[in-house]
Structure formats: C-alpha cells, structure tokens
Design a protein around this ligand. Structure first.
Ligand code: KG4
Ligand code: ZN
Length: 321
C-alpha cells in the first residue's frame, strides 16, 4: 500500500492507494476559503496552514481506510512543481513518516501525478495517448508514451487555462477559485452573446492572456446594471472561448500525431462545457481532477523509490522540469 502526501498549492491532501491503483481513502482539506479574501493563494499563508493540517489529514486518511502505518509499504510525496514553502511541508512530513518505519520514499512530479489520475480505480486507458493537462498553474499537451513517461508537445505562453478561469471570475466578481463558479453561472448564459478571441499561436502552444484583457474591456464597457444582467452571458461566452482554444488544440494534436486516444486531466477537466466539447476524450474522474493525493500515489507506482535513508536530504522544486 502507498501512502501519499500532496501540498503543492492550497490543498492539503493524503491518500492510501493499493499497488493496483485502488483508492482506499483520499482526503483533501481545501484552504480555498482562507485565500478567498485575498483573491488568490498567499504562499506564506498556505505553508502555515499545511503545517497545521498535514498530520490530521494523514491520520484521517489512515482512519478512513481502517489502516495503520504498519500497512504502508512506501510513502509518496509531491516534490514539485509548486509553491516551495508549501511543498516543503509535505516533503518534511513524508520524510518523517517514511523514516520512522525505514520505508522507501517516492518523490513524485505533480504534473505526472495529474496524468496518473487516469489509472486509478480500474481506469483502463492505456498509453500511447494524447493528454491535455489543464490546471490552475499549467496547460500542457503531452504525448504519453507509457505510464510514467511522456513528451511535451505544447504549453501555454502566458496564463494557464485555470488561471484564465480564475482571473475571469475575479473580473466578473465571482470570487476565488473561479473555474467552478464560471462553469455554474455559464449554464444560464448564452455562449454566443459576446465574441471573445481565441489566440492563434504557432505550433501546439496556447495563449490566454489576450482573452482576459478582452473580458476586462467588455466588463468596463457595461454599466453596473447591464453587467448584473449580462454576467451569465459573459461567463458563458468567456468559457466558450477557453473551451474552443483547448478543444481546437487537441484536434490539431490528434491530426499531427495520429494518436486516437485522448485524455483530459487537471482542475479544468472538471469543466462541464469542456467535457461536452470533447465527447470522444476520456476525462479523469471528477474527484481526481483538482489536486488530490490519490493521483500522487498512482504516479508513485511508475516512479523509482529512494531507499531509506537516502531521501533525508531530498529537496523540492518550484518550476516544471
Ligand atoms: O489541478 P488544480 O486543482 O490545481 C493546480 O494544479 O493548479 O486546478 C485548479 C484549477 C483552478 O484554476 C480552478 O479554477 C480550475 O482548476 N477549475 C475549473 C473547474 N473546477 C476547477 N475550471 C473550470 N471549470 C471547472 N468546473
Ligand atoms: Zn494540480
């Protein structure tokens, strides 16, 4: 059994997963409420909260699974990319848990974790496949050659897709994090009401910063009363532009690579309009789209473990490797 810890951003998460990818327990303590008043994640506040939450979240995970540390064969932890202070809390906790029992420790890449959310609870999708990873911090098109190994085909030149949702939500007065709020509001709106641009960048890359600016101008051009009336239309049109950009690039990549299997992972994979647009794609299960530790345990199955005590000086990393 693998015990995994994830603290890369503002979710403190732990999970217990079997070697076959069966999730015995997955606990996610979101700090979203704590950061909402600032309109985004405050790194130092996140680190301090992780420190308070990490032990109770691990204990709760073991309890829900009816297990103890004696049942754990290895410990996995997110090493990066993410907020350095936040990552350090998880890595320190994981080192302590592993070292206490002299268990191996598996350092997992957060983005590889998102991809491996596809292989949980009997997920049958097998590489080679094309994977769109769209989250708050990243937007990647990956050619997944085998479980645990992938090649980068394209990435965003500026904002991530989830960041575009969050910034758009802020402009519409919907609070943080905004992806799910836009998703909900857009259901009552007309996605053709406003015409927002889809950036044309070369290759298989993405760009979302112009879209955010277009929304800012659209909002500025409306009176307060009009804005209140047309908020749902704005949300639907804005979401439609993001979905078109993502789905269009997936189509381009399918044409270029000839790959038939397409998967979508990451927080934005929870978006209902994206799910409706990419009908042939396999989406990560809703519970495992946004950050969680089950996906980290899943990735640990395809990542080399460090034997005890070789991991005691393991460090974290902030940016994508
Ligand atoms: O994967 P994730 O939990 O964290 C990162 O690794 O960044 O993704 C969080 C992102 C946020 O930007 C959030 O607004 C977005 O996923 N998100 C959504 C939805 N649910 C979460 N975006 C669009 N529609 C949703 N339903
Ligand atoms: Zn993530």
């Amino acid at each position: 059994m693998i015990l995994a810890v994830e603290t890369s951003c503002d979710e403190t998460a732990a999970a217990l997963v079997t070697e076959d990818g069966e999730v015995r327990a997955s606990v996610v303590a979101s700090q979203a409420d704590l950061h909402a008043r600032y309109g985004g994640v405050v790194p130092e506040v996140a680190s301090r909260r992780h420190l308070e939450l990490v032990s109770p979240v691990v204990a709760e995970t073991l309890e829900r699974a009816g297990a103890t540390l004696d049942d754990v064969d290895r410990v996995a932890v997110t090493q990066g990319p993410g907020l350095v202070g936040a990552l350090l809390v998880g890595v320190s906790a994981a080192k302590a848990l592993a070292w206490a029992r002299c268990l191996p420790l598996v350092p997992v890449d957060h983005l590889e974790g998102h991809v491996c959310s596809l292989y949980l609870d009997g997920g049958v999708l097998e590489p080679p496949l094309l994977c769109l990873l769209a989250s708050g911090g990243h937007t990647l098109l990956l050619l997944v050659e085998e479980r645990g190994r992938s090649e980068l085909l394209g990435t965003t030149l500026d904002d991530a897709a989830g960041e575009a949702f969050d910034k758009g939500a802020r402009l519409l007065g919907l609070g943080y994090p905004g992806g799910a709020a836009i998703d909900r509001l857009a259901r009552d709106g007309d996605r053709m009401a406003f015409s927002f641009p889809v950036a044309r960048v070369p290759g298989l890359d993405f760009s979302f910063s112009g879209l955010k600016t277009a929304l800012r101008y659209a909002v500025a051009g409306l009176s307060e009363q009009d804005l209140a009336q047309r908020r749902a239309d704005l949300a639907a049109s804005y979401q439609h532009a993001i979905v078109r950009a993502l789905a269009g690039r997936v189509d381009d990549a399918v044409r270029e690579t000839g790959l038939e299997r397409v998967a979508v992972v990451g927080g934005v994979a929870a978006n209902s309009a994206l799910r409706a647009a990419l009908t042939d794609a396999t989406f990560a299960p809703l519970d495992y789209c946004t950050d969680n530790a089950a996906m980290i345990a899943s990735a640990a199955r395809y990542t080399p473990a460090l034997p005890c005590p070789d991991y005691l000086d393991l460090d974290v990393y902030a940016s994508r490797r």
